[in-house]
Design a protein around this ligand. Structure first.
Ligand SMILES: NC(=O)c1ccc[n+]([C@@H]2O[C@H](COP(=O)([O-])OP(=O)(O)OC[C@H]3O[C@@H](n4cnc5c(N)ncnc54)[C@H](O)[C@@H]3O)[C@@H](O)[C@H]2O)c1
Length: 323
């Protein structure tokens, strides 16, 4: 069944937090028809569905995925389908199945059909033994099932690159902050929810402590990083190619709440940690992204103040349109 790689782009998990914005960015660049969005579910009116071709596909269904690659002339996959950390800890079996099984399928398809592949990793690859400033190369001992699947994904990607020459690339995304789509059940979701509640009710009950500091990034930076990594010449990439550390900005939940209070003076944030505190505590405060800077000239643009301004302005105008 093998044939030369195609010319179109497939995005799996396209209706999620990242896919919502990545599909639009890819269609702006390559044209609507060139980007096929897919997900296991359908959401009426979603921009990835209304803005171009969309197909329902389960990444665990090998036959369906293979037919799709061949019939739809696919040459590149952005593989975003996954279960995130908090959802994954509620159903570790499914997390393992989707994250590892899905990754095995797209890597095998990439090998057979000579596809290019973007497969994201996460700061969840790090465990409690990691220094507060996470180095690119350090022992990876995650304590969540999600983190374990991400380490497995990076190792499998390295293997397929080294043994089969597959052009697979990945980023260890920090917690991503965006206003266009809701977050998908991760531990850093508080950094998005806080904006919605601040605008809608003026209060937020934060599920991690005020002191909790994690690596974060505004979605615009994350999308640009993804496109820049995929644009980078193959010979510029080093041993971090399957999981580049990427720093955006790092702040504590308390600092985020203060930055919002400075703009919405009646805003009150309470801190009531739940089980997600433990996942957050197992991750580093910030990451050293010198490999990404060196290999493909990565540079973040959004700091805490910029992202708070952007989030409040965009969510406020979105709300005004809806009301
Ligand atoms: N958002 C973040 O803060 C963040 C941080 C680090 C890493 N990541 C990684 O980036 C990728 C995308 O994350 P996201 O935030 O967009 O996730 P998300 O949860 O918002 O979206 C994931 C999408 O995958 C789909 N999906 C689930 N199971 C599927 C299956 N079997 N077949 C096809 N689709 C399926 C879901 O319906 C969902 O739309 C994931 O690999 C995630 O681990 C995200």
């Amino acid at each position: 069944m093998a044939s030369p790689n195609g010319s179109r782009i497939l995005v799996t998990g396209a209706l999620g937090q990242i896919g919502t914005e990545l599909v639009t960015a890819l269609r702006d660049r390559h044209g609507e028809e060139a980007v096929l969005a897919s997900d296991i579910r359908e959401v009426a009116g979603h921009p990835a569905i209304s803005g171009g071709p969309f197909i329902v596909a389960d990444v665990l269904d090998w036959a369906a995925m293979e037919n799709l690659i061949v019939d739809e002339d696919i040459g590149t996959i952005y593989h975003l389908a996954a279960l995130l950390s908090a959802t994954g800890e509620k159903n570790p079996g499914l997390c393992q199945e989707v994250n590892i099984g899905g990754m095995v399928n797209v890597l095998e398809l990439a090998r057979i059909y000579r596809l290019r592949l973007f497969a994201p990793s996460s700061i969840a690859v790090f465990g409690p033994d990691c220094p507060p400033l996470a180095p690119q190369q350090t022992p990876l001992n995650p304590t969540t099932m999600y983190g374990i699947t991400k380490v497995a994904g990076e190792l499998m990607a390295d293997y397929y690159h080294a043994v089969h020459g597959v052009d697979v690339r990945g980023i260890r995304y920090p917690g991503l902050i965006s206003w266009k789509a809701p977050p998908g059940g991760g531990t850093t979701d508080y950094a998005v929810e806080i904006f919605h509640d601040a605008i809608e009710t003026g209060t937020y009950s934060c599920f991690v402590s005020a002191e909790t500091r994690l690596p974060m990034m505004y979605m615009e930076d994350a999308i640009r990083a993804t496109l820049e990594l995929m644009d980078a010449p193959a010979d510029s990439l080093g041993p971090a190619r399957s999981g580049y550390n990427l720093a955006g900005c790092s702040f504590s939940a308390g600092e985020l709440a203060t930055a919002i209070s400075e703009r919405l003076e009646d805003f009150v944030c309470n801190f009531e940690p739940d089980e997600r505190q433990e996942y957050a505590d197992s991750w580093p405060d910030e990451v050293d992204d010198s490999a990404a800077r060196q290999d493909w000239a990565w540079e973040a643009r959004f700091g805490l103040e910029d992202l708070v301004d952007e989030m409040l302005a965009n969510l406020t105008s979105m709300r005004e349109v809806e009301v």
